[in-house]
Design a protein around this ligand. Structure first.
Ligand SMILES: NC(=O)c1ccc[n+]([C@@H]2O[C@H](COP(=O)([O-])OP(=O)(O)OC[C@H]3O[C@@H](n4cnc5c(N)ncnc54)[C@H](OP(=O)(O)O)[C@@H]3O)[C@@H](O)[C@H]2O)c1
Length: 287
């Protein structure tokens, strides 16, 4: 069985590729340019193409059985996703596993959530067997905070104090691979969460303990956060992420024990925790 993976050069897609190979699937990655040597595991095919170029997407799907569909957060995310989905339907792929986001239906004012909700609607409407994955905040996002944590000693993500759902990318990848290689996942929508929720002050305390220095949570002034983000990213990206974080704060993004029990059963083990990720990451940084 051959599976086409989009986003296979990125965080989640890369982990999905590794999990699929472990399960004996053949893997083809759709990439905009030839990945550097060693970026992808041996044996992975590469189809050069772009999700905005339907001809290249169709060529990439020739000889493929199933699709793992992940779209980057870009202004034309919805168009990219619907091109891939529509061609998967036309060429008769047997299954599409789509990477959406936790509580997608409660954040319709956040552009990248609204795109994913529209894609979910298409999946449910047009008959190709599908599985939808709805992950919470990626625990691995915080690997990008090395400068802030080890420099001024701040935890800058405005995730609030109520507790949000966060999941390890490796658990997302495992569930994706299970949905694509085992029976019984058609028409299912899986909330992907960690064993417990995370908070700004809680994460600061975990990093303090494992880095051996005081880390302060910078709080959640969303105007200020968006302004700072605009210096590092496009204005629309800063706006989109601000709306997401503000939504977490205003409406909540917490997980339930039922959701934790369901992912535990799917994985066959407990989901990985934020604390374990920090311990691994702090050890690497110290080394
Ligand atoms: N971060 C979070 O906390 C979180 C939580 C829930 C859901 N999500 C969702 O996760 C997704 C991002 O996952 P990620 O972090 O794994 O992404 P990522 O590491 O940023 O990778 C994005 C991938 O998309 C590919 N790509 C971008 N534009 C493309 C195009 N036009 N045609 C073909 N491929 C294209 C990139 O390929 P190149 O190598 O060519 O650039 C790359 O492989 C988003 O949909 C986001 O909303 C994120």
């Amino acid at each position: 069985m051959k599976i086409l993976v989009t986003g296979g050069t990125g965080n989640v897609g890369g982990a999905v590729v590794r999990e699929l190979l472990k399960r004996g699937a053949e893997v083809r990655v759709l990439a905009r340019k030839q990945p550097e040597a060693g970026k992808l595991p041996a044996g992975v095919e590469v189809a050069i193409g772009d999700l905005l170029d339907p001809v290249s997407v169709e060529q990439a799907m020739l000889g493929v059985d199933k699709l793992f569909l992940l779209n980057a957060v870009v202004t034309d995310e919805l168009t990219q996703a619907l091109i891939a989905y529509g061609i998967a339907k036309r060429v008769g792929l047997k299954h599409v596993t789509y990477l959406s986001v936790f509580k997608v239906d409660q954040f319709r004012d956040v552009p990248h959530f609204a795109s994913k909700l529209a894609v979910e609607s298409a999946l449910r409407e047009f008959g190709v067997p599908y599985t939808i994955l709805r992950p919470g905040y990626y625990i691995q996002n915080d690997a990008t905070l090395k400068g802030a944590l080890t420099g001024p000693g701040v935890y800058p993500m405005p995730i609030g104090t109520a507790g949000i759902a966060a999941v390890d990318v490796r658990d997302i990848a495992e569930v994706a691979a299970i949905s694509l290689t085992e029976d019984g996942h058609e028409g299912q929508t899986y909330d992907l969460v960690g064993p417990s929720t995370i908070t700004g002050p809680g994460n600061a305390a975990i990093w303090s303990k494992l880095l051996g220095k005081e880390i302060k949570y910078t709080g959640h002034n969303f105007d200020q956060w968006e302004e700072q983000m605009r210096a590092r990213a496009a204005g629309w990206t800063a706006y989109d992420l601000r709306m997401m974080f503000q939504g977490y704060f205003d409406r909540g993004f917490g997980s339930t024990e039922t959701e934790v029990a369901r992912i535990t059963k799917l994985l066959g083990h407990a989901p990985r925790s934020y604390e374990d990720f920090v311990a691994e990451t702090a050890a690497i940084w110290k080394a």
